[in-house]
Design a protein around this ligand. Structure first.
Ligand code: G4P
Length: 317
């Protein structure tokens, strides 16, 4: 699937993160979507903040499959210098758990003399503004610029000795894993004009048929699940996506399914498992390596051809 993604303020965001690392960074919070905890993780962030302890926050856990969330928490908690917690960004008490987890990741920092400096990042629509509002409440003060730090950065003092830094804009990598593109689009992380809703809806139906068939059937009163396009048509019929004459408008049906999914109306659904994600990453890496080898071979063949032509035209034997 092709996604017409826009890098946005990518360069200024990248620079803001580099500046923060240089100025001092103790913990990186990566806000993930609990419905797609692998695809919503940003490889560029890991590359820019290597060596810093990481807190993975699986947000929107209320929309995700609880058993899968537990599997993803185990997966991330098994990684070095990493902790993972589930969250509903709008809930006050669980949000405080995040502060505790950050303090545990950097136990030598966190007083007035050595403040704990925490950076928060996440893909669009993952709930970052909601979480910051929940955490900041009335107590925290937003403070001015620090020397050497881009004006774009915002600093929130959550407690004595606990600074939360936020960088606007987005650090949006090229999506090299096809299934991640579908899952991100289904979740609402990608602007609607950037992808084909029907294609994404059909892919979502494939995943739902495989993993949550009862929930799909229950939501739309389907007695059986046929081919993907037949299911989408049946959804369109139920959701009034018909034109005059009775034919179903498939793009309207797709839109209805995606809205229902995003609002949690199909129940708690997670689109990927840690094992699947690992397999997709491997396939994508193999694919990239194969393409690079093909490119190299084509370039080498072109060079041989050019040399041959040059020798022929200069009359060399
Ligand atoms: P962002 O800054 O990362 O772009 O995301 P933002 O906080 O704006 O949140 C995006 C949407 O996700 C919002 O819904 C927000 O309410 C919702 N959201 C955030 N955290 C959670 C969560 O833990 N669970 C659930 N179910 N939803 C969450 P919206 O429809 O865009 O806006 P609104 O309905 O809140 O006005």
């Amino acid at each position: 699937m092709s996604i017409n993604w826009f890098p946005g303020h990518m360069n200024s965001t990248r620079q803001a993160i580099k500046d923060r690392v240089k100025a001092g960074l103790d913990v990186v919070i990566e806000l993930l979507d609990a419905r797609l905890p692998g695809s919503s993780s940003n490889p560029l962030l890991a590359a820019l903040t290597t060596g810093r302890p990481s807190l993975k926050v699986l947000n929107k856990q209320d929309l995700a499959d609880a058993a899968q969330t537990a599997a993803w928490l185990d997966f991330y908690n098994a990684q070095p210098h990493t902790r993972a917690i589930p969250l509903d960004a709008g809930e006050k008490t669980p949000a405080r758990a995040l502060i505790k987890a950050c303090r545990e990741l950097a136990p030598l920092r966190g007083d007035i003399h050595k403040p704990l400096r925490v950076l928060i990042c996440g893909i669009p629509n993952v709930g970052k503004s909601t979480l910051i509002n929940t955490l900041v409440g009335k107590r925290a003060a937003k403070t001015g610029d620090e020397p050497g730090i881009t004006k774009l950065e915002q600093k929130f003092v959550l407690e004595n000795g606990f600074y939360l830094f936020d960088t606007p804009g987005m650090l949006w990598p090229r999506i090299s894993i096809e299934q991640s593109g579908y899952n991100l689009a289904a979740s609402g992380a990608i602007g609607r004009n950037a992808f084909d809703e029907e294609e994404v809806a059909l892919e979502l139906i494939t995943t739902l048929k495989r993993r949550y068939p009862e929930q799909l059937q229950a939501r739309y009163g389907l007695t059986e699940l046929g081919a993907e396009d037949a299911v989408l048509e049946a959804i369109g019929l139920k959701r009034g996506a018909k034109v005059r004459g009775g034919a179903v408008q498939m793009h309207k049906a797709a839109e209805a399914l995606l809205i229902d999914y995003r609002q949690g109306l199909l129940g708690r659904i997670t689109l990927e498992t840690p094992d699947e994600m690992a397999a997709w990453r491997r396939e994508a890496a193999e694919d990239e390596a194969r393409k690079a080898a093909e490119r190299d071979a084509a370039q080498a063949a072109e060079k041989v051809k050019r040399n041959g032509r040059r020798k022929a035209s200069s009359g060399e034997a």
